[in-house]
Design a protein around this ligand. Structure first.
Ligand SMILES: [Zn+2]
Length: 222
């Protein structure tokens, strides 16, 4: 499991340089990609073009370069009508995030701006899939969890990991806001929800509630 139900296509890849989880899926012949955060995303996009199922929608969990970095290249290859979506709250920090590759010792690169700045907690109906864009700031101001209720599946980006949470010691991060977002997530997502984080292995909300030290500490605080 841990994929989209009744999908016409599903692919999970781990991209360099920071082992980012990238997903391609759909229920039609136009694809949705989440987090093209490594150069391999460009090869995936080419492959999708070759099989006649181009990437039409690029969903970004947040604006760090290991999640959005190759969105522009994917869009260019994927032809007309391909759009990049990110939270409107990533608009302000994105120019700063764009300096991060150099700052972290990676080659500098130009990062494309999204086409659609999405509102918090909206529903996206894309290629037959209803995707709730849950605003979950803290790691970044516009961090977004994409939740597909009919598949009991969420893509949590760098908000919630298996047995961990996203870092809140970066510029534009905020630990207190992160606490609120984690609370919102565990209240909103049913226990049987599988989730794929931005890095590392998949998990479930039920497992994390019992075993994730950050969620346990959060429960004790309240
Ligand atoms: Zn991040």
């Amino acid at each position: 499991m841990k994929s989209i139900l009744q999908a016409s296509y599903w692919e999970h890849s781990v991209l360099s340089p920071l082992a980012t989880n990238c997903f391609v899926f759909s229920r039609t012949d136009k694809m949705i990609m989440i987090d093209p955060g490594g150069p391999e995303a460009v090869d995936i996009a080419k492959r999708m073009m070759d099989r006649g199922t181009p990437i039409k929608h690029i969903l970004i969990t947040h604006g760090h370069f290991d999640h959005i970095g190759w969105a522009g290249e994917v869009k260019k290859i994927s032809g007309d009508g391909c759009k990049i979506y990110a939270s409107k709250f990533e608009k302000e920090p994105l120019p700063d995030f764009n300096q991060w590759p150099q700052r972290f010792g990676f080659p500098s690169k130009t990062i494309s701006m999204p086409d659609e700045w999405i509102e918090p907690d909206i529903i996206l109906n894309l290629e037959g899939i209803r995707i709730e864009a849950i605003h979950a700031p803290g790691h970044t101001p516009g961090s977004t969890v994409y939740y597909v209720e009919d598949s009991n599946l969420a893509f949590t980006g760098d908000v919630l990991f298996q047995l961990s949470i996203g870092r809140t010691d970066f510029p534009f991060s905020d630990p207190e806001t992160m606490d609120k977002s984690l609370k919102k997530l565990v209240e909103k997502l049913p226990n049987n929800t599988d989730f794929w984080p931005g890095h590392g292995d998949a998990s479930t909300i039920a497992f994390e509630k019992i075993n994730n030290p950050f969620l346990i500490a959060l429960q004790k605080k309240n």
